[in-house]
Design a protein around this ligand. Structure first.
Ligand code: BDP
Length: 643
C-alpha cells in the first residue's frame, strides 16, 4: 500500500504550475545586486488530524486562507512544532501539518520584471509542498537541507495584495526515506481504537518536525550567479584557489573574481568563469587550538555582468568566505595542511527545550562558547546535516566538521533496495552541493550504524561512497559503524574507519573494568584488518545530572566520568599509532522517543540539555586542553586554562 502522504502528493500535482530550482543553492547573502526579506516569526498553523491525514489536500487548504478552513494556532518559525503546545497529540503527531503566512513583496521587486524573487526554506522535516497564492511552486523530500523556488511570476500576478505562502509538511518516515522508518497500523480492535497507527524508527532521537530553519525571500538579477565551487591548496607560502562560477540567464556573461584578506586588502584577482587565484604569503585556514590564528577566511567577491532582455546590462555580486587548506589521509594519520590532526571533539544534536530542532541563535552561540571552553576542536553532525549558519560558525572559529547525511537507522533489508539507494544518492548530491565550500568540513559521513552486514550493503555502500568521492575528491569519506557490526562490506571503500562502542554500558553493564581490554581488542582487530586510521566516533554513558554514587554506579555522574577515563587510557596509547580522534557521545542531553531505556531523553551528554556541565565536562575539558597543549598551538588568550 502506498503511504497516504504519497497519494496526497500525486493529488497536489494537479495545481503544479510553478517552477522549482535544482542547481546552485548558494546561501542567501545580501549584496549590491541581492536583497533579502526574512519570513521568520509567527505563522498560522493547522495540523490535519483527519483519519487519513488527507483532509487538507481533499479540501485544498492552500486555495484560501488557512483560518477559513478550520481552527488554527500561532506557530513560530523556525521551530519544531512538537513542544510548542500543551497537546500531546500534536507533540506525537504523524502526518501533514499546514503553515501559512502573508507577505508583502516590496513593490520595487515586483516592478522590476527582470528580477528573480526566490522563496527559500532552510529546511523542513520531512516532506514539504509549497504554494504561493494557491499555486504550487515546489515540493521537496528530506529534512535538514534547503529548497527554493522562483516565485516572481506568481507574485507579479497580484500586485497591490500580499502573497499568501502555504507550506504543508509531513513527518512520515517509510522504508525509503532518510532516515527510514515504518508506519505500523494496529488492527486489533480489542487493543487499539479504529485507525490507530504508530511511526517506528531505528534511531535514538526525537523525530522533531516542522519548519526548522529560516524561511526568506531573496532576489537576484535575471542573469545571476547560480553556483560557485572553490578548491584550495598551497605550495610553500603561496595559496592556490581554483574556482568555478556557474551563471544562469546569460550565455555571454563576464565574470570577475577578487580575493580580499581579513583587513579588506585585495590580494589577487582573476577573470573568467573558472580560474586559479594565487595568494602570496597565504594565511592558511587552521583548526582551533592548532594555530594561534585559527579559522582565517578570505572573502571571494564574484561579479557577473551580462546583457539581459529585461534590463540591458546587469550585474550580480556574491561574496563567498574562503578558507585555504588541504586535507589528506594516510594509513595512520589525518593531515590538515600537511600536519597531523587529532579530532578531540564531540557529537552533537540540533536539539533544545521548546524549539526542538529549530534554529536558535542564542543556542548556537552558547554551544560554540561551550565547545571552546571544553577545548573541542571538532564535531560530527550526528545524525543529519546541521544548519548552514552552524557551519559558517565552524569556518570562522576553526571547528572541524565531519558532515553526516541523515542515513541513520538503516536496519531493514528493504531499505537497501534501488529506490532507497537512489534517494540516498540524491541526498548526498544535495549535501555536497550545499556544504562543498566550507573549509571546516573535512569529511563526509554517508551513514551512521547501518546494517552493513546485510547482503545488499556491499553494493549499496560501494556505490554511495564512490559517488560521494566523485562529487568531492578533496575530502575524506566514511561511514560510522558500531563495534558490534561487521564492517567488511563498507571498510574497503572508506578513507577513515569510524567506530562507536559502548563497553560497560550496552554490553557488560556496570563492569567498568572490561573497558580497557575490550577497547584495545577493538582497535587492534580493526586496524589489523583494514589498515586505515580510526576515529572513536562515539563512546559514553548516561548520567542523570545530580545523581551520585561512589563507587560508581550506572547513571551516576561518577560512572560517566569513570567510563570516559577508562577509554582515555587506551586512546592515549593508540593515538600515538593510528587512532586519529575521539568524539564523545554526546555534547548535551537530547530528547528521544519514549522508551523504557530513556528517562526523558538520552542522558549521555556531558552538558545537560540546558547546557550546564556535568562532572564529565570538567574531566573532558582538562583532557582536551592537555592534548591541545601537547599537539597544537594554543591561542595567545588561552594558555592551558586547566593548569
Ligand atoms: C549509538 C547511536 C546513537 C545513540 C547512542 C546511544 O549511534 O544515535 O544515541 O548509541 O544509545 O549507537 O546513546
Amino acid at each position: 500500500m502506498k503511504p497516504f502522504w504519497l497519494l496526497c502528493i500525486c493529488l497536489s500535482s494537479l495545481w503544479n504550475v510553478g517552477c522549482s530550482l535544482g542547481n546552485g543553492m548558494l546561501f542567501p547573502r545580501e549584496s549590491p545586486s541581492r536583497e533579502i526579506k526574512e519570513l521568520n516569526g509567527l505563522w498560522t498553523f493547522r495540523a490535519d488530524f483527519s483519519k487519513d491525514r488527507n483532509l487538507g489536500f481533499q479540501k485544498a487548504w492552500f486555495l484560501s486562507p488557512l483560518a477559513e478552513t478550520g481552527p488554527v494556532i500561532d506557530m513560530p518559525v523556525p521551530a519544531s512544532y512538537n513542544d510548542i503546545t500543551q497537546d500531546a497529540k500534536l507533540r506525537d503527531f504523524i502526518g501533514w501539518v499546514w503553515y501559512e503566512r502573508e507577505v508583502w513583496v516590496p513593490g520595487s521587486w515586483l516592478q522590476d520584471v527582470g528580477r528573480r524573487i526566490v522563496l527559500r526554506v532552510g529546511s523542513a522535516h520531512y516532506y514539504s509542498v509549497v504554494w504561493v497564492n494557491g499555486v504550487k511552486v515546489t515540493e521537496h523530500e528530506g529534512g535538514h537541507l534547503p529548497f527554493e523556488a522562483d516565485i516572481g511570476a506568481v507574485a507579479r500576478k497580484t500586485p497591490g495584495a500580499p502573497c499568501r505562502i502555504t507550506i504543508a509538511v509531513n513527518n512520515t518516515l517509510d522504508l525509503h526515506t532518510l532516515p527510514p522508518g515504518t508506519i505500523q497500523h494496529m488492527n486489533d480492535p480489542t487493543r487499539y481504537p479504529a485507525g490507530y497507527f504508530v511511526q517506528n524508527t531505528n534511531f535514538d532521537f526525537f523525530n522533531y518536525a516542522g519548519i526548522h530553519r529560516p524561511v526568506l525571500l531573496y532576489t537576484t538579477p535575471s542573469a545571476y550567479i547560480d553556483d560557485i565551487l572553490v578548491q584550495t591548496t598551497f605550495s610553500d607560502s603561496t595559496g592556490v584557489v581554483s574556482y568555478q562560477v556557474s551563471v544562469v540567464g546569460s550565455d555571454s556573461a563576464t565574470v570577475k573574481v577578487s580575493l580580499t584578506d581579513k583587513d579588506g586588502k585585495c590580494v589577487t584577482t582573476s577573470t573568467g568563469a573558472s580560474g586559479v587565484l594565487k595568494v602570496p604569503n597565504v594565511n592558511l585556514w587552521w583548526p582551533y587550538l592548532m594555530h594561534d590564528n585559527p579559522g582565517y577566511l578570505y572573502s571571494m567577491e564574484v561579479q557577473v555582468s551580462a546583457q539581459t532582455n529585461y534590463n540591458g546590462l546587469t550585474e550580480d555580486v556574491y561574496t563567498l568566505p574562503v578558507g585555504i587548506r588541504t586535507v589528506q589521509v594516510t594509513t595512520s594519520q589525518f593531515l590538515i595542511n600537511n600536519k597531523p590532526f587529532y579530532f578531540h571533539g564531540v557529537n552533537k544534536h540540533e536539539d533544545s527545550d521548546i524549539r526542538g530542532k529549530g534554529l536558535d541563535w542564542p543556542l548556537i552561540v552558547k554551544d560554540f562558547n561551550l565547545l571552546k571552553w571544553l577545548g573541542a576542536n571538532s564535531f560530527r553532525t550526528s545524525h543529519y546535516p546541521y544548519a548552514e549558519e552552524i557551519l559558517q560558525m565552524c569556518d570562522r572559529h576553526g571547528i572541524v566538521v565531519i558532515d553526516e547525511c541523515p542515513g541513520v537507522g538503516i536496519r531493514d533489508i528493504r531499505s537497501f533496495d534501488n529506490k532507497s539507494l537512489t534517494h540516498h544518492l540524491v541526498v548526498m548530491d544535495e549535501l555536497v552541493r550545499r556544504d562543498k565550500n566550507h573549509p571546516s568540513v573535512v569529511m563526509w559521513s554517508v551513514a551512521n550504524e547501518p546494517a552493513a552486514e546485510m547482503q545488499p550493503a556491499g553494493y549499496y555502500f560501494k556505490t554511495l561512497i564512490s559517488h560521494t568521492k566523485s562529487l568531492d575528491p578533496t575530502r575524506a569519506v566514511t561511514f560510522v559503524s558500531n563495534s558490534n557490526y561487521n564492517l567488511d562490506k563498507g571498510a574497503p571503500y572508506v578513507d577513515v574507519v569510524c567506530v562507536n562502542s559502548y563497553f560497560s554500558w550496552y554490553h557488560d553493564p556496570g563492569h567498568l573494568e572490561v573497558i580497557p581490554l575490550q577497547l584495545n581488542t577493538q582497535f587492534e582487530n580493526w586496524y589489523g584488518k583494514y589498515k586505515k586510521p580510526i576515529i572513536q566516533s562515539e563512546y559514553g554513558a548516561d548520567a542523570v545530572p545530580g545523581l551520585h554514587n561512589d563507587p560508581p554506579m550506572m547513571f551516576t555522574e561518577e560512572y560517566q566520568k569513570t567510563v570516559l577515563q577508562n577509554y582515555h587510557s587506551v586512546f592515549d596509547k593508540k593515538r600515538k599509532q593510528y587512532v586519529i580522534g575521539e568524539l564523545i557521545w554526546n555534547f548535551a542531553d537530547f530528547m528521544t522517543a519514549q522508551t523504557i531505556t530513556r528517562v526523558v531523553g538520552n542522558k549521555k551528554g556531558v552538558f545537560t540539555r540546558q547546557r550546564q556541565p556535568k562532572s564529565a565536562a570538567y574531566l573532558l575539558r582538562e583532557r582536551y586542553w592537555g592534548i591541545a597543549n601537547e599537539t597544537g598551538v594554543l591561542p595567545l588568550w588561552a594558555k592551558y586554562p586547566c593548569s
